[in-house]
Design a protein around this ligand. Structure first.
Ligand code: HEC
Ligand code: HEC
Length: 237
């Protein structure tokens, strides 16, 4: 047998993709790929672009180092995953919508379908970006699951980082929106946006592993969590 015959799509997937999309394509930090319709990859040509170029501004990196043959094998393999059954929902999405809007008060920090506000990420399409397991961890242990962005030049960054800024005008706590070598922009819990010159600051602290989102394991029942996770799973556009 020729050596390259063992480097099939499955092997390539294990090496390059499984750490984010799961060993079986069931998802993790990245979405489950066991879905017949992929949001960013309606056809094979688009899938090839996603695999090699990534999805800019998200946690999906480009695998530009793949040979054209390997990239094509991955396209075939990922399409095959789409024929497998999708993840089952752990609960009732209708009941989960109610939890989202009442007991969970999620809309006080998240925008979903144009409703809500606050410092959390928009949840439109979150069911196409994340799998059930990840969504559950986001709800129960938000400080563990922190959304990432892959920047071509700066590597993997926290998309939502809690920061504390001390300037001569006072102390500001909130979420970093943007940062470069000279300045930092942030939004406080009241939704006000601020921009600072780093050179003018007395202190600038980043709180890795801190989340403004409460851990819901203590606030909701197990059934309510199953239901709200199911509701998030149905958010796929
Ligand atoms: C560092 C983690 C990471 C790695 C490694 C990774 N991905 Fe992703 N991938 C993601 C994330 C996160 C998303 C969701 C991006 C978004 O839409 O916000 C994603 C999205 C996708 C999508 C789009 C799904 C859709 O419904 O549109 C495809 C297809 C995909 N990845 C395939 C792959 C393949 C194939 C590999 C290996 C060559 C790979 N990914 C490697 C994190 C990763
Ligand atoms: C007090 C504000 C706040 C509330 C209330 C809140 N969240 Fe969050 N949420 C956040 C922040 C901030 C993040 C960004 C990551 C982090 O800092 O943990 C986040 C992240 C998430 C994520 C991860 C998104 C991704 O793409 O990785 C999900 C899912 C989520 N929240 C769902 C919920 C649900 C469901 C509820 C209600 C049960 C809820 N949140 C209530 C602030 C909040």
């Amino acid at each position: 047998m020729l050596a390259q015959e063992s480097t099939g799509g499955e092997q390539l997937f294990q090496t390059h993709c499984a750490r984010c999309h799961g060993i079986l394509g069931e998802g993790g930090e990245g979405p489950s790929l066991k879905r017949p319709q992929l949001t960013h990859a309606p056809d094979d040509a688009a899938l090839l672009v996603v695999i090699t170029g990534g999805i800019p501004g998200t946690g999906m990196p480009g695998s530009w180092m793949l040979s054209p043959i390997d990239a094509q094998q991955l396209v075939t393999y990922v399409r095959g995953l789409g024929e497998l059954p999708d993840e089952p929902m752990p609960g009732d999405p209708g009941a989960g919508e109610l939890v989202y809007n009442t007991a969970g008060n999620c809309a006080s920090c998240h925008i979903l379908n144009g409703v809500g506000n606050g410092i959390g990420p928009e949840l439109n399409g979150v069911g196409a970006r994340r799998n059930a397991e990840y969504l559950r961890r986001s709800v129960t242990s938000p400080e563990v699951e922190q959304p990432k962005v892959v920047d071509r030049f700066r590597g993997t960054l926290n998309a939502f980082l809690s920061v504390r800024v001390v300037s001569e005008y006072g102390t500001y706590e909130g979420m970093r929106i943007n940062e470069d070598a000279f300045s930092v922009q942030m939004r406080d819990l009241a939704g006000e946006t601020y921009s600072f010159n780093k050179a003018d600051l007395i202190r600038y602290e980043k709180a890795f592993g801190h989340s403004y989102m409460p851990g819901y394991a203590a606030l909701l029942t197990e059934t309510q969590i199953d239901d709200v996770v199911s509701y998030l799973m149905t958010q796929r556009d």
